[in-house]
Design a protein around this ligand. Sequence first.
Ligand SMILES: Nc1ncnc2c1ncn2[C@@H]1O[C@H](COP(=O)(O)OS(=O)(=O)O)[C@@H](OP(=O)(O)O)[C@H]1O
Length: 325
Amino acid sequence: MVPFHILGSYVSPRSRTAWKASTTARHAEIQYNTKYLRTHNDRIILENTSLLAEAPRIHITETGNKTETKRLPIALIIGVKKGGTRAVLEYLRLHPDIVAPGPEPHFFDTHYTKGFEWYRNLMPETEEGQLTIEKTPSYFVTKGIPQKVYEMSKKTKLIVVLRDPVMRAISDYAQIAARNPEVKPFSEIVFENYDSYTVDTRRAIVKVGVYALHLTRWLEYFTLNQIHIVNGENLIRDPASELRDLQTFIGVKPHITGEHFTFNITKGFPCYRRNTSQQSWHCLSDDKGRPHPNVSSLVRSKLANFYRPFNHRLYLMTGKHFDWT
Ligand SMILES: Nc1ncnc2c1ncn2[C@@H]1O[C@H](COP(=O)(O)OS(=O)(=O)O)[C@@H](OP(=O)(O)O)[C@H]1O
């Protein structure tokens, strides 16, 4: 049995009673077109709803206060793993009004019981006017996290870096293979049955790429205009344009521009500089932009066929189109 499939239309009592309409024209269109996804017993269920999610009423106020210099994050880069999250974090840290811890805090998925004070203490000191952010890519796909983030602050801004899910899976595999050279071939991991190319949807390497499913969970607590999607392919082609939109979304003055970036031909990726009057360029470490294993075009196309309906759902949900295969 394939444990992860579309069951068809379903309207939950909650979606009928508790979800409310949004006011903007963009939302109105999305409300009309969107079928939300959820899971039940590991199956993906499409929910027809004409309504956007209303955030629940539970609310815990932020623990930081004006006299404290370490503050809880106002924005989180929540995913996706291998989407380009490190690049986005390091680029945003070029902004004088943005501070962030370098390591991933993993607060909401691993250390939540340690409490918000523990979390706040992980953050760098902020001066007046500076904003704190953090990145932990596992947040996007981990059940229960949207509610926890909402309880920290219902105003939290969410950043998701999305990349062609087939390429994301291959990138994830390249990381696994770099750590464990004995790993099975890619095709033996992603297909349950290699003869019929049945995709093994129990595998995390596959599941992460069902972006519409994960986004649906976040939309139960946050509205679409609190979620900013970065185009992971465009982030490599034209980082400045993605950063322009990101700075607007976060609400800082435009500071990071094309002058902060150069394309490093040897690395095959953009590198960046903090000070535009200096020539010292920094590139991300060698584990970003790893060589990928050879994956046949047949395997890629079978996996692309699996993701296509979910990608389409994502386009409807977000109003954003990606040129994925
Ligand atoms: N400037 C720059 N330099 C290097 N790599 C870049 C850059 N911009 C985006 N990318 C892409 O980022 C991919 C790694 O994604 P993440 O940082 O999200 O990975 S992780 O989840 O934190 O491990 C990484 O994936 P791979 O190429 O598969 O290694 C890159 O495609």
